[in-house]
Each structure stands twice: as structure tokens, then as C-alpha cells.
Design a binder for this molecule. Sequence first.
Ligand SMILES: [Zn+2]
Length: 339
Amino acid sequence: MSVRDILRDIPVECPYCRKENTTSFEPIDLRAPIQCVECKKSFVIGDVFELLYEEEPLARESIDTIVRYATSKWVLKEGSQEASGETQEFLQRIGFEDLIKRTATQVLVHGDAFLKTMASGGKTASWELLPTKQVQVKTSKIIERGAITSVLKEDEFILTVENEEHSFGPDEIIHFKKALLNYDKPYGDSMLQITLNPFNFLRRLRQAPQHIQSQFKGLQQMYKEEVLLGLGVPKFVLERRAAGLDTRLAKYILITFVEKIRILQELLSEGFDRAIGQFASQGKLTEVPKIQLRKLTERMVLLDCDFSFATEIESWKKLYDVGIITKEELDANLKEFEQ
Ligand SMILES: [Zn+2]
């Protein structure tokens, strides 16, 4: 095996026979079928991502934590009373609370989520989240002034159910795609992709007899840390406890975590706003409302993880006592420490 192979080969476990296979970036990017070297059955990278989400508590808890923070509170804003009322009723009827959570989970597990919006308004309208790993996106390159650009246009979505293909046009599907820079690729990036390697090691080690496993405790811990770093959810957030960590340091650690959630929230609001726009235009509603997800701050996460702000609160009170801040300023500051 050359260095090049080591860099390119990504271990993936066959979901059928559990045998280790290898793949590379290209089939992952294109969601191409992978044929198992052992049982010869075909699977896709989405099967592997789902396997990790279902069987690895670290993967599942990290993703569920992000989903919880990103989607737990939302309101409709800006719409007319009529449009907001009808939209609210519709969202309630289709179980939006649960739908937005499932959409966010798909986006993190797979990098994509596909929402089918039925072309009918009013009481018969409905939205359906398609099984991500069974959807293929057909794209073509956008041509500008006679030259082919690297920007992709989505032409068709193909859902495969029991060997039968169903085709949908770009107007029928909302594609939630988690891609920061790769707009020239048809699919988004799974949060789990970076963990394929360390998880593969941990899973193989777990299959070994107990006395062998115990010889590699240090290595096991190292790979666990690698998984945690890759997933980007701080340990104290996963455990939901302060564990003696300094509040200011923890707040600093949270900056990238909160940013990650903000990006996911933007992606969700954009997609669902488009879906609401379709719903509203079919029902001839004007002044369409938008989804506003609760803006998360580092402090909110810290409070959720039981960090103490006793010192800060005490300081604000003292500043009021000596007349540096007004009662209004004191109240405004203290309010921020309430959940
Ligand atoms: Zn197999």
C-alpha cells in the first residue's frame, strides 16, 4: 500500500455482512454504489452514515445535541395575520416540530435532506421528507455567455423505492444541502465523514477479545478524542455539565460550536421559507411569513450545561448599588441570565 492509497482509502463497513471495505472521496462525493468485497451486495455511503448514527452513541448524541439547540424554538414572523394564521395551522397539521428535527438530523447525518412539497394549496397541502440515501440528484453545469461554469444546476431528483424510480423536478423538491464551499458538487457534506476513520478503528477493536482490547486502552481513548474533535461538540456540552471548567474558557470554546448551529439554522430557515412560499402562493396568500429560529448564544448553552454565573450577577448588582448602572440596565443584564 502506497502513501497515496493510505491518504485516499477511506474504510467503510458493509451494512449487510459487517466486513470492512474501502472507498475514496469520489464515490462518496457522487453517492455511487459500493460493492462489498465479501458478500458482493451493493450499498451506499448513506448506509454507512446511518449505521454510525444508529450504533455509535458519540455520533448520535453529538448530532441530537446540535439538532436540539438548532430547532427547539421557532416563530413565524413578518407575515400578514391571515397568511401567518393559515401557515401556522398548516405547520401544526403536518407536525412541523418533528419535521424540522428530522430534516436537521438528515442534513447532519448525510449532508443533505430532500423535502417533497406537493403541488396543492390549502387543506390538502402536505410536505414529505424523502429518505436521503435513496435520492439521487441529476445536475448540469450552468453555461454563461457561451462558457461552461463550475456552478451546478439541479435538473432532476430521482427517488428509488424497491428498484422503482420516481422522478421529480427542481420545483417539487427543496434540497437542504450542507455545503460551505463545494457548490460544484451535487451533494452536501456529512458531519460524520471526518469520523469514518477513527470510528472504523474503534469498531474493529471492539470486536477483538476483551484481553486484547484492554491492551489498547490508550489508543482507544485517542481515537475517541479524534471523533469528538471531528464532530465539534465540546465534551461538556455532550455531558451537559460544567464539570469544574472555568466559565470564560468554556464560553470561548463554544464560539465555533454556536457558529456551527447558526449555519445549520440558516440552511433550515432558507429551505423552509421556500417551502412556505410555495404553500402560500398555492393558497393565494400574500405577505408570506418566514420561519425564525431562536438565536443561540454561548451564554444560553452555558446555562443549559449548569455553569454558574453567580460572580457576574453579583458584580452587576454591586455596579447598581454604587450607582454606576441604572435599575433598567441592571434588570436588562439580569434577564440575560434567565433561561
Ligand atoms: Zn458485505
